[in-house]
Design a protein around this ligand. Structure first.
Ligand code: TYD
Ligand code: ZN
Length: 410
């Protein structure tokens, strides 16, 4: 068995948990498989729970890390241009907020291919931590020192010994992936200087709920944060959330700044977002009672649109093979009969099959010569960028099907 079920909340450790969404059993979304290996694929439950004590929305079925992250891990941040632009702006924002001296240290947990740190190499000392070896190698090729493995308290102690404490620690789109949050926060406390700041960016529960982004649920995403449970978490370690910002990445994210308690004033952004969450109802179970029904309604609509086109003999393909696209394809039960192929720019994914739905992934070059009738936009978070980039394809007659927040044909 390579998964286990947790009986207590990851943040407050209490057991008063209610299931709010069940998507069925899914294979890990980043395990694009080779043709012929379909039978070896494992599936695990994908159910979302609400903590009635601290309001954390989370998965409790934990697929072991070696099933999710491996040498061939698919995600290279720098392969999505909008994401690189995002990190460039993120770096500017951090430099504006915090004056960095050349001997200050910036540590990025889950540094991927160095997508954020590359913007700091002329500013201060940088250190990446990345468990996926082939992704880390790309960062090293850019001259960014990168440690292998997962961040732990022990690793934090080793870093302090060798490099000293960090002025800024960042953890982007990884803080929601961590099962043992206590270990990370203990490590952060060791590594962070007393005047330092810990910055995390994660997809935001309020956007997920308001824009029906249920496809962003997958096994790697263990937590769907709002500000309230994060305040709860840091409080347990005598730390505090000092500021929060909403950012547009991944369909809506929150950037959260946390620090050791030093009696400094807290930015009004924290109280403002907490109050917005309260008004939106996401601190109470009642807000989630229709979540399952709404997700199923969207699924049924999308399935009927795609199969309707197929009945008319139309060719349907998909655009982008993001992790969330696999949740959507599998929840809909789509196969190669519904969707002829998926185009994606990531070299690792090209030539393989999408997990679960087993649809071939091909290079976007095919769209230079072929014009599908309808293209399901799985990378809907890049909607404007892609619709604009594919103006020519659309002029040739291809129509995009946008699945989220509601099924729309453009
Ligand atoms: P992304 O939404 O960044 O991430 P996640 O997997 O966390 O949901 O993934 C976008 C995917 O879409 C990625 O595999 C690259 C691909 N892509 C394209 O093929 N063409 C494009 O123009 C863009 C922007 C992305
Ligand atoms: Zn809790």
């Amino acid at each position: 068995m390579s998964y286990f079920h947790r009986n207590e909340c990851r943040v407050c450790k209490k057991g008063d948990l209610t299931r709010i969404l069940s998507l069925g059993e899914h294979p890990p979304v980043d395990n694009f498989i080779e043709a012929g290996k379909e039978q070896e694929e494992m599936r695990y439950p994908l159910d979302v729970y609400f903590c009635n004590t601290c309001s954390l929305v989370q998965l409790l079925d934990i697929v072991e890390e070696n099933e999710l992250f491996h040498g061939e891990y698919a995600y290279f941040s720098s392969s999505s241009k909008p994401l690189v632009d995002h990190f460039s702006k993120y770096a500017d924002d951090l430099k504006k907020r915090h004056t960095l001296k050349s001997d200050d240290l910036l540590v990025d947990i889950g540094s991927n291919d160095g997508v954020l740190l590359q913007f700091f190499t002329d500013t201060c000392r940088v250190l990446g931590i990345e468990p996926s070896a082939n992704v880390a190698d790309i960062a090293r090729e850019k001259g960014i020192e990168t440690l292998d493995g997962f961040f732990t308290e022990k690793m934090a102690k080793d870093i302090v010994e060798k490099h000293g404490q960090a002025k800024i620690i960042t953890a982007n789109n990884v803080f929601a992936h961590i099962d043992d949050l206590d270990e990370i926060v203990r490590g952060v406390k060791v590594l962070l200087s007393d005047d330092g700041v810990f910055v995390t960016e994660s997809h935001y529960l309020l956007d997920l709920i308001e824009h029906m982004e249920f496809d962003t649920v997958y096994h790697e995403h263990l937590c769907y944060y709002s500000v309230k449970p994060l305040c709860y978490l840091f409080e347990r370690f005598d730390m505090e959330v000092s500021a929060v910002e909403r950012v547009a990445t991944h369909g809506g994210s929150i950037r959260v700044f946390a620090r050791k308690k030093m009696g400094k004033p807290i930015e009004s952004s924290v109280a403002e977002l907490l109050s917005l969450e309260e008004q939106a109802g996401i601190h109470s179970l009642s807000r989630f009672v229709d979540f399952q029904k709404d997700a199923e309604a969207l699924r049924d609509k999308l399935v009927s649109v795609v199969r309707g086109f197929r009945k008319e003999g139309k060719k349907v393909t998909a655009y982008g093979a993001p992790a969330k696209g696999n949740t959507l394809l599998n929840f809909c039960g789509f196969t190669g009969d519904d969707i002829a192929y998926v185009t994606d720019t990531t070299p690792y994914k090209i030539g393989r099959l999408t997990p679960g739905s087993h649809i071939p992934v091909v290079s976007p070059d095919i769209l230079k010569t072929e014009t599908p009738d309808h293209i399901l936009l799985l990378a809907w978070n890049y909607r404007d960028f892609i619709l604009d980039k594919e103006t020519e394809l659309r002029k040739r007659g291809a129509q995009f099907i946008i699945p989220i927040p509601k099924v729309e044909i453009v």
